[in-house]
Design a protein around this ligand. Structure first.
Ligand SMILES: C[S@@+](CC[C@H](N)C(=O)[O-])C[C@H]1O[C@@H](n2cnc3c(N)ncnc32)[C@H](O)[C@@H]1O
Length: 251
């Protein structure tokens, strides 16, 4: 991506409540499956946090201190503002870093969280590199795009293999977790409202302001076309893929 494309991508997404499919209810569900004692002080890393919708949910539902990591400071600024408004600023630290070069020490965290972001370095590479930062018997909770049926139409298969060759079935993702030394605890599929109501519809509502801000430049128009294409693929084939949450323990 060119610098200009990155600038536009950030601008298209930075004022959104979230930068990918998800919801506070599903974040809480994943937390409940881990069964964390709400009175126990824990340390969480939220990697690829974006503007931090799930970071806020994590802070509200645990007695934790959270380090929230994203590559782009523009997203972190919004998280910091929201944390202040909710008086959570003492417990949330936002840091701009790349997820493949994290400033952490071994066994630092009780829990590593990542919603809709690990694909940036690839699922297997991410869980492999992050494992050393989790305490023994600590947890990993990540959401990752996955096939939710055994077979699927060629068009959607080709689309996602082009976009993200590591897309796979849930059972194969669980095998990867086991291979990398994690014990799978639970998984569940994000419902469609997480995509449509919480992510795609608000994104569609921003298209026209975005296009006029960038004076209908070719880069802006291409970006909107790409997003529209992704949305139409989802609408057509939503029975075949979703994000799945994977919860696992470091053994
Ligand atoms: C699909 S968004 C998900 C954001 C947020 N977790 C959510 O669910 O709303 C992916 C996030 O990964 C971040 N990201 C992309 N590459 C990254 C990298 N190398 N290191 C850290 N964050 C990265 C993006 O800036 C973006 O915020």
């Amino acid at each position: 991506m060119t610098e200009k494309e990155i600038e536009l991508l950030i601008n298209l997404h930075k004022d959104a409540d979230r930068q990918g499919p998800g919801s506070p209810e599903e974040t809480k569900k994943a937390l409940d499956l881990i069964g964390i004692d709400k009175n126990k002080k824990i340390r969480i890393a939220d990697i690829g946090c974006g503007s931090g919708a799930q970071t806020i949910s994590l802070a509200e539902n645990t007695n934790s201190s959270i380090v929230a990591i994203d590559l782009f400071p523009e997203f972190l600024e919004k998280l910091e503002k929201n944390a202040q408004t909710l008086n959570l600023q003492e417990r949330i630290t936002a840091k701009a870093h790349s997820m493949d070069d994290l400033p952490f020490t071994d066994n630092e965290f009780d829990l590593i969280w990542s919603e809709g972001a690990i694909y940036n370095m690839g699922f297997e590479e991410g869980i492999k590199q992050w494992k050393r930062f989790i305490k023994l018997n600590g947890y990993l909770a990540v959401s990752e795009i996955s096939w939710i049926t055994d077979t699927r139409p060629k068009e959607v298969e080709e689309h996602w293999l082009r976009e993200y060759p590591e897309i796979d079935t849930i059972s194969n993702k669980i095998r990867v977790l086991e291979k990398q030394g994690y014990s799978p605890i639970a998984h569940f599929i994000l419902p469609q409202y997480c995509w449509i109501d919480n992510y795609y519809r608000p994104l569609q509502e921003r298209f026209s302001a975005f296009l006029s801000k960038y004076e209908y430049s070719d880069i802006a128009k291409d970006m909107v076309e790409n997003e529209k294409n992704e949305i139409s693929i989802y609408e057509k084939y939503k029975e075949f893929y979703s994000y799945s949450f994977y919860i696992a323990q470091k053994k």
